[in-house]
Design a binder for this molecule. Structure first.
Ligand code: MN
Length: 322
């Protein structure tokens, strides 16, 4: 065996021993994977309760549905998972999140539906959120929409019934309640704006975004944040005919909101086009669900706040492909 591989193995082994002593993300995930062999309904429900409580505790530190993440140390930004638990594990392992105490991670929504391991994906994400509320942010995607904003496919309720039997519906309602407590956008001041779909077309006002779920459906801000897609050709916005909901937005919309928020770039998910760059490098798409989309590679980004805010080509240079 080549020397290098032996050295790496030793490093992993000693890291693992260290994680066993304290409750690190790696240890939490290891325990979580063991639990999944025989997941008890009441444990899953208890976890949902813990997460809702921890999100409520954190509500003070954010402006309504707009989360603030301090530009400290490192942040990994993860796109759609859609029940691809293997992809989630690859991201957690490869991003450095396991190994650095101050490494934060943000998921941009679309956790369930489509994929094979939806319950496992939820379980691991919720475990991370409940153990590390300061390090882990879960945003809302269009697959975490409120009950009156339908989307397809939505097979999570079936998976819940198959897994939790007669309690499946009760768990589903708890998950829907949890969606209501998730932020819909996050800002790293001076650096990035992160959301699932795209910026809304009619407002650049922070409070409008923070209050969007409350003002829905009187305004379309909430729907657009979850559903919008960038487009190179248009000026302003146009109906999103491909999806039948939300808008497509042009470069001017991007530039206007970046200026209003004093950030360099938008990092978003939603389209199965990992690593796509729009609007002269000011909009980056990350996407991590591979198997459900038959994608050979997914991509997430890890930014180091010791570096200046990334824009243009340097944004895509910081992607991790897996
Ligand atoms: Mn989506």
């Amino acid at each position: 065996m080549p020397k290098k591989i032996i050295a790496v193995d030793h490093e992993l082994a000693s890291d693992f021993a260290r994680h066993m002593k304290s409750s690190t993300p790696a240890e939490v995930i290891k325990t979580g994977l063991d639990d999944l062999d025989n997941l008890r309904t009441r444990d899953f429900q208890k976890l949902l309760e813990n997460c809702s409580n921890s999100l409520l505790d954190k509500a003070d530190s954010r402006n309504g549905a707009l989360a603030k993440i301090p530009p400290e140390n490192r942040l990994t930004v993860v796109g759609d998972l859609h029940g691809d638990m293997d992809a989630l594990l690859d991201v957690l392992t490869g991003s450095g999140f396991y190994h650095n105490r101050d490494h934060r991670i943000i998921f941009l929504g679309d956790y369930g539906d489509r994929g094979r391991d939806q319950i496992g994906t939820y379980y691991l994400l919720l475990l991370l959120l409940s153990h590390f509320p300061e390090k882990v942010t879960l945003l809302r995607g269009n697959h975490e929409a409120p009950r009156e904003m339908p989307f397809h496919p939505h097979d999570l309720p079936d998976k819940l019934r198959w897994t939790f039997g007669s309690k499946g519906n009760e768990v589903k309602e708890q998950i829907y309640d949890l969606y209501d407590s998730l932020p819909i956008a996050a800002i790293v001041p001076g650096h990035y704006l992160m959301l699932h779909g795209g910026p809304p077309s009619d407002t650049i006002d922070e409070d409008e975004i923070a209050l969007a779920p409350k003002r829905h459906p009187q305004t379309k801000v909430f729907e657009e944040i979850l559903w919008n897609d960038p487009d190179e050709e248009i000026n302003g916005t146009a109906p999103n005919t491909r999806r039948g909901v939300g808008k497509i937005f042009g470069k001017e919309v991007t530039n206007r909101i970046l200026k209003a928020f004093s950030v360099s770039s938008i990092i978003r998910a939603h389209e199965a086009s990992p690593g796509k760059v729009n609007h002269e490098g000011r909009v980056l798409t990350v996407f991590c669900s591979k198997a459900p989309y038959h994608l050979r590679q997914g991509a997430y980004i890890t930014v180091d706040f010791a570096d200046p805010p990334l824009q243009g080509e340097s944004l895509s240079e910081h992607l991790t492909w897996f």
